[in-house]
Design a protein around this ligand. Structure first.
Ligand SMILES: [Zn+2]
Length: 138
């Protein structure tokens, strides 16, 4: 599983925390080796074994926790971009082949869910692109 193309998301945790602190809702960001296993340990059922990001709300203190996989593999990036291409994001996805940009978009996608629970996957991707200043024509 260890590949040279794997991206160490933990290495940019400081920058990711700086990003979420811009929003008016309290967020924490954590990286875990496997989101499915981490979820299971919290008593949460996660069907997707290769999930790269998720957001949870701590009902005791109201804080949101964004959990990101570490490492982010090239397979995770490819499958997420393929899903976005199916949703007509087109050229906007080009920037996401750069792993750091991908992780930032992934983080913002989870933030989008937390800020508005009614948003669809597509709306979260669109919002995340806008936060990154990337134009998308969906
Ligand atoms: Zn989502």
């Amino acid at each position: 599983m260890d590949s040279k193309s794997d991206f160490d998301s933990e290495a940019i945790l400081g920058e990711l925390n700086d990003i979420v602190h811009k929003y008016d809702v309290p967020f924490d960001v954590q990286t875990v080796p496997n989101i499915q296993e981490w979820s299971s340990a919290q008593g949460i059922v996660e069907e997707n074994s290769s999930r790269s990001g998720a957001v949870f709300r701590n009902i005791e203190n109201g804080r949101y926790l964004v959990v990101l996989a570490n490492p982010i593999t090239s397979d995770m990036i490819r499958s997420a971009i393929e899903a976005m291409l199916m949703n007509d994001f087109g050229d906007a996805t080009d920037a996401l082949w750069e792993p750091k940009k991908f992780v930032t978009h992934l983080l913002l996608h989870e933030v989008a869910h937390a800020l508005d629970h009614s948003r669809t996957e597509r709306q979260c991707d669109e919002w995340a692109f806008h936060q990154l200043g990337i134009r998308c024509a969906v």
